[in-house]
Design a protein around this ligand. Structure first.
Ligand SMILES: C/C(=C\COP(=O)(O)OP(=O)(O)O)CCC[C@H](C)CCC[C@H](C)CCCC(C)C
Ligand SMILES: O=C(O)C1=CC(=O)c2ccccc2C1=O
Length: 320
């Protein structure tokens, strides 16, 4: 399938002027940027809880850089996917909307360069290249996810790459940028946010099962089938709460992080919705946004749980 043919097919859906604004919004996907911000917010919250200092400038630069790097990932995704035919029905692909693949490619590269410049500025302030190294590793994971010749998402490795990029690696970089040290608590928290980020990706593939299978993209949903994937979802979602409870029980997290359980209703809504609609693409397609809401609120509550003892003046923030 050529880019032109895929674009023409997708544009049949994109003709109505009223839908254009919606398509552009869907293409830019503003809610998705919370996945870039959350590891920086929670990793920094843990650093603040442990060191009682916040380096505001480094935090602000890191958030800005993370948004730009994720913008590169998404722009490059539309470019690379336009070459395989997987986006044939994705009318909100930026390549289809602009009819200008090279513009999107270079815009993406500009975002990446600017984001990495921000990370370089943090390294220069710290006279330490560690954060640059970790973020470059995240970018390599981002590239092999979708770029030739690797395209590992087509083999079903996407969710695992996503876990490491937005979990342990992004958290290590965020925490290190504040403290120039490492933390076991930060690593434990990273597995929770990594899992909730991968769940977004997992959910985003339900409605694409037919298009993915047609071009040989073996996402976990294609491999398992929508029914088994829907049955697995409550276990994956439940692991976020189980991990939090275990970390509190082991004394790795303060008891206030149990606030994460306030996002349990969104987790129920997600599993119920997917359970009922997994094989109806037009109905299940919005489950990705329920997963984004669960990621957002569980992340915010987790971060808050770490700084709350300090905010409330309860003395020791983390168990001894
Ligand atoms: C682009 C991603 C998902 C979209 O995939 P798909 O092709 O199925 O979607 P469409 O249907 O919309 O075409 C996300 C991929 C995530 C990747 C494994 C890891 C990216 C890492 C970032 C580049 C690093 C961010 C670092 C930051 C948090 C400091
Ligand atoms: O467009 C998408 O579906 C996604 C974009 C994105 O950047 C991302 C990042 C982390 C997890 C999932 C996703 C998407 O699903």
């Amino acid at each position: 399938m050529t880019t032109k043919a895929a674009g023409a097919s997708a544009n049949v859906l994109a003709k109505t002027p009223g839908t254009q604004k919606k398509l552009w919004l869907a293409a830019i996907k503003p809610p998705m940027y919370s996945v870039a911000i959350m590891p920086i917010v929670v990793g920094t919250a843990i650093a603040v809880a442990e060191t009682k200092t916040l380096q505001t400038g480094i935090f602000a630069i890191f958030v800005f850089a993370a948004i730009l790097i994720l913008a590169w990932e998404n722009l490059a995704n539309d470019v690379f996917d336009s070459e395989t035919g997987v986006d044939i029905h994705k009318s909100h692909s930026l390549v289809h909307l602009t009819h200008n693949k090279s513009l999107i490619f270079w815009l993406g590269n500009l975002c990446l360069a600017t984001g990495l410049f921000g990370i370089g500025a943090i390294a220069a302030m710290q006279k330490d290249l560690t954060v640059v190294g970790i973020i470059l590793l995240c970018c390599i994971l981002g590239y092999i996810y979708q770029g030739p010749p690797f395209r590992l998402s087509y083999q079903g490795w996407g969710e695992i790459l996503c876990f490491f990029a937005f979990g342990p690696l992004a958290f290590a970089a965020a925490y290190y940028s504040q403290t120039q040290a490492w933390s076991g608590t930060n690593f434990a928290a990273s597995t929770i946010v990594g899992m909730s980020t991968s769940l977004i990706l997992f959910c985003s593939h339900f409605h694409q099962e037919a298009d993915d299978a047609a071009v040989g993209k073996r996402s976990p949903i294609v491999r398992l089938g929508t029914q088994r994937a829907a049955q697995l979802l409550p276990w994956l979602t439940g692991s976020i709460f189980a991990l939090t409870a275990v970390c509190v029980w082991l004394g790795v997290f303060p008891v206030t992080t149990l606030l994460v359980f306030a996002s349990l209703p969104i987790a129920f809504k997600l599993c119920k919705h997917v359970g009922a609609t997994h094989n109806k693409p037009e109905k299940v397609s919005n489950c990705k946004f329920i997963a984004v809401a669960m990621h957002f609120w569980s992340g915010i509550f987790l971060g808050l749980g770490f700084v709350l003892p300090q905010l409330l003046g309860l003395g020791t923030v983390l168990p001894a």
